[in-house]
Design a protein around this ligand. Structure first.
Ligand SMILES: O=P(O)(O)OC[C@H]1O[C@H](O[C@H]2O[C@H](CO)[C@@H](O)[C@H](O)[C@H]2O)[C@H](O)[C@@H](O)[C@@H]1O
Length: 347
């Protein structure tokens, strides 16, 4: 009954949101992320979780992390006179999470919305994927790209004092800079990719993705019973590479060089190169992301005391984000409204 009423309310407000569904893939992945997961078999829960309990939890989580759609007017009234810069994650934000990472396509309406947003505000996409792969999906020249969780940035032409930054020209002769703080790790990454392929080839469903400065080992399509063995194999390869470490995303193990550089640093780097250093008061960064690695960027915004960190989540989650959006379709609605607002405020 309560669920029906809330759904009706959301529909009346024009949201595409449907309240949380009965399956809970995130809790499966959380269980898999447990330290001891390698030593035991993790199975998917068989009994559905009581819908009203989920609704109640989600509704109370929404009080802490209000919908960026429902809060749009208030957010934008505080943005007047400020320079908005938009940062977007890719998977789970601009495209829905799907089984095959190579098929995580972005819809045409989403592409148009991002293009429109970029017409009004500097816009960057910061992803765990390789920069080239994100560009292949997004295909927009109007935005900046940061791949490999921010370790490969194609940003504005402004040069900062850094040995990792080089100038470059795109095909149209436009100047930009490339920032790659993990260059020295490339040979080791190449070797590790081969070893991971070899070690895990007997496990059905594993997919190893070369993200240039980091590696993703996907287990979404691996049998639950085989997950422990997979993690053991990945850990054993990693012991031969002490300058790398493992992080975890949505049904993916990610191997990254152990340097102090993440999506939060990438966000700061891009703001700096756009001319909005830390003490710039009239800048308002908006960051939208769905995964753990996006928390690094949320943390930076909290630290600056600036901007709008927005998490995309259909379940209650621990997060440093201030606002939320339910899923990529709500991201689309938010971007359309933001672009429209940008058009009106520039008149
Ligand atoms: O920072 P992001 O742009 O969010 O990238 C994070 C990882 O996203 C991709 O994996 C996730 O999406 C896949 C497609 O929907 C899904 O199959 C997978 O289970 C998810 O973990 C990408 O393939 C990874 O390389 C990125 O690191």
């Amino acid at each position: 009954m309560m669920r029906d009423n809330i759904e009706k309310l959301y529909q009346a407000l024009g949201f595409q949101r449907w309240l949380a569904k009965t399956h809970d893939t995130e809790s499966i992945s959380k269980a898999r992320h447990d330290k001891n997961a390698a030593k035991r078999i993790v199975r998917k829960p068989t009994a559905p979780i009581e819908p009203n309990v989920i609704d109640a939890n989600y509704t109370s989580w929404l009080n802490e992390h209000p919908s960026a759609l429902a809060s749009f007017k208030g957010m934008m009234s505080l943005a007047k006179g400020k320079r908005i810069v938009v940062f977007l994650d890719y998977d789970g934000t601009l495209s829905p999470i799907v089984n095959d990472p190579d098929s995580a396509f972005m819809s045409d309406p989403m592409r148009s919305a991002v293009r429109e947003v970029a017409r009004h505000f500097p816009t960057a996409i910061i992803s765990g994927r390789s920069r080239g792969k994100v560009y292949e999906f997004v295909k927009l020249d109007e935005v900046y790209y940061a791949g490999s969780h921010g370790m490969d940035i194609m940003g504005p032409p402004r040069l900062l004092k850094s040995k990792y930054q080089t100038k470059a020209l795109d095909e149209k002769g436009n100047e930009f800079t490339v920032f790659q703080p993990a260059q020295e790790f490339l040979p080791a990454i190449g070797k590790m990719l081969n070893e991971l392929e070899e070690e895990t080839k007997s496990i059905e469903g594993v997919m190893i993705e070369d993200n240039r400065f980091c590696i993703s080992v996907h287990y979404r399509q691996v049998q639950d019973e085989e997950y422990g063995m997979l993690e053991e194999k990945v850990q054993s390869v990693l012991t031969r590479y002490p300058r790398f470490h493992l992080t975890r995303g949505k049904m993916v193990l990610e191997i990254r060089p152990s340097i102090k550089w993440n999506k939060g640093n990438a966000l700061e780097y891009l703001l700096d190169t756009l001319g909005y250093a830390k003490n710039t008061e009239d800048v308002l960064p908006v960051y939208i992301g769905d995964d753990r690695t996006d928390e690094d960027a949320f943390k930076v915004l909290k630290g600056r005391g600036q901007g709008y960190p927005i998490i995309v989540s259909s379940t209650p989650r621990d997060t440093m984000a201030s606002y939320s959006l339910y899923d990529p379709s709500e991201v689309l609605s938010f971007l359309i409204r933001l672009a429209r607002w940008g058009g009106m405020s520039s008149q």
